[in-house]
Design a protein around this ligand. Structure first.
Ligand SMILES: [Zn+2]
Length: 456
């Protein structure tokens, strides 16, 4: 579909009907981007005060834990005052924000994530907040000349159940994108997808880095390239790749890689500019690095995010579960937003099957959803996978049978799946809980500063 048709016939009308008025927000986002440091702080403090006012009135957790307003009827006057606002992690968020909120009165959308931790989170977001999130995303994509409606080749998961799959395919059509499923990495499918890409002619690619890398390696081994596509870029999201792997992607796709850092809860949090620096999306988030509870710059610590344009079920000083470094160093691109210097995040991995196939680990997040509080999967040997599940009360034998059927179908019968019901999952030494660990593959946590630093 022509990008202009996708933009004006589908994208804008569908968003309009959903109550997500993106156009005026994109203009606002553009304006915020011209602010200097002082104006950015002023804008962010005003937004945070607005969110806190709503919270103090409507959410018991904040009613009890938020200090009273200071002079001029404000909760905070500067970034330093954020120290007085309580931090929250996913577990506490589910308990205090999701479960204590009354049914939404405004127009909201349901969103869910299992994240990288295997602990599902279901929450609601106002349509206006979703629109703001997307306005930021589309505007920053335009840093690399990627426009709304442009054709996207998506390297992503695909729902396992037929009905959900059909829904996703319909969505892909309206969004002018084609999808390469992460759960089907066989040689024949990769070859088919290569030809499909040449026919579809995407303007840019988007997806999980390790999946795109697998695809690029396959192409390299077969002397194929996407030079003819003239791609505007390859947006990599969700994890950090080693620089040499990035090089292979750039060579084979014949395009620049662009790093995105974000999460389902809040959308894009950091995005790489033309000068290869990953800027914090200060239009919509306030990002903090805390080391032993104290806010630091140019020093590593835990990442906490505050969403600025969402009141209902807000994310305030929400622990992202990743570690990183933020700096206030200037960037040549002229944007005054802070720069994320490094992130030590998750590293995705693959299940390796006895017949030599690789299947993206997200298959478990896509499958183990209903009645599963959290889970951990460990591939012990090529032919043995252990699944640890923390169940809710409605989890039954049938639920388990259904999940095992889906997984056997995807992974093949050569792998034994052993299920254990547990009350709590063990954490890794880093404190982070990942839902898949492999004792078979060689993927390791990337501890060096991420690639966008090494490319300058
Ligand atoms: Zn920049």
């Amino acid at each position: 579909m022509y990008p202009t048709i996708a933009k004006y016939v589908f994208f804008y009308p569908i968003r309009y009907l959903r109550g997500e008025f993106i156009c005026p927000l994109i203009n606002k986002v553009k304006q915020i981007e011209t602010y200097d440091e002082n104006d950015i702080e002023k804008y962010q403090i005003e937004r945070i005060n607005n969110v806190l006012s709503y919270c103090k009135e409507n959410i018991p957790f904040y009613r009890n834990n938020l200090p009273n307003k200071m002079q001029y009827k404000k909760y905070i006057k500067s970034y330093e005052d954020m120290q007085n606002v309580p931090v929250i992690d996913k577990k506490l968020y589910i308990k205090e924000i999701v479960k204590c909120n009354s049914l939404p009165k405004k127009r909201v959308s349901k969103r869910s994530t299992s994240g990288s931790t295997g602990e599902p989170l279901i929450f609601y977001k106002e349509r206006i907040a979703t629109a703001f999130m997307d306005a930021v995303m589309y505007h920053t994509y335009s840093w690399h000349d990627i426009k709304i409606g442009d054709k996207q080749a998506r390297f992503w998961g695909m729902p396992v159940k037929q009905q959900a799959k059909a829904k996703e395919q319909l969505k892909d059509f309206f969004m002018n994108r084609t999808r390469f499923s992460a759960f089907n990495l066989e040689k024949e499918t990769m070859m088919q997808y290569y030809y499909h890409m040449l026919k579809f002619r995407p303007n840019y690619c988007y997806g999980y880095p390790s999946l795109i890398y697998e695809f690029a390696s396959f192409m390299k081994a077969n002397n194929l390239s996407f030079k003819a596509l003239n791609l505007k870029g390859v947006i990599l999201t969700g994890e950090m790749l080693l620089p040499e792997r990035l090089g292979i992607i750039e060579e084979i796709f014949s395009a620049k890689t662009i790093n995105e850092y974000g999460c389902t809860e809040i959308g894009v949090i950091g995005f790489q500019c033309k000068h290869n620096k990953m800027h914090v999306m200060s239009h919509n988030v306030y990002l903090e690095v805390l080391s032993e509870g104290i806010q630091v710059y140019d020093e590593e610590g835990d990442l906490y995010v505050t969403e600025l344009n969402s009141n209902y079920m807000p994310f305030i000083r929400y622990k992202l579960g990743d570690r990183g470094i933020i700096t206030k160093e200037r960037c040549e691109c002229g944007v005054h937003f802070p720069v994320i210097k490094s992130i030590k995040g998750r590293v995705d991995d693959f299940v390796i099957t006895p017949d030599g196939r690789k299947i993206y680990d997200a298959i478990f997040a896509y499958t183990l959803k209903r009645h599963v509080k959290s889970f951990l999967v460990i591939q012990k040997r090529v032919e043995l996978i252990e699944i640890y599940i923390v169940r809710d009360q409605l989890y039954s034998e049938n639920t388990e049978k259904e999940y095992l059927n889906i997984l056997h179908k995807a992974l093949g019968d050569g792998i034994k799946l052993q299920v254990f019901h547990v009350d709590e999952l063990p954490r890794e030494s880093s404190g982070k809980l990942r839902y898949f660990r492999s004792e078979v593959s060689a993927n390791k946590q990337v501890d060096t500063p991420p690639n966008f630093l090494n490319k300058t």
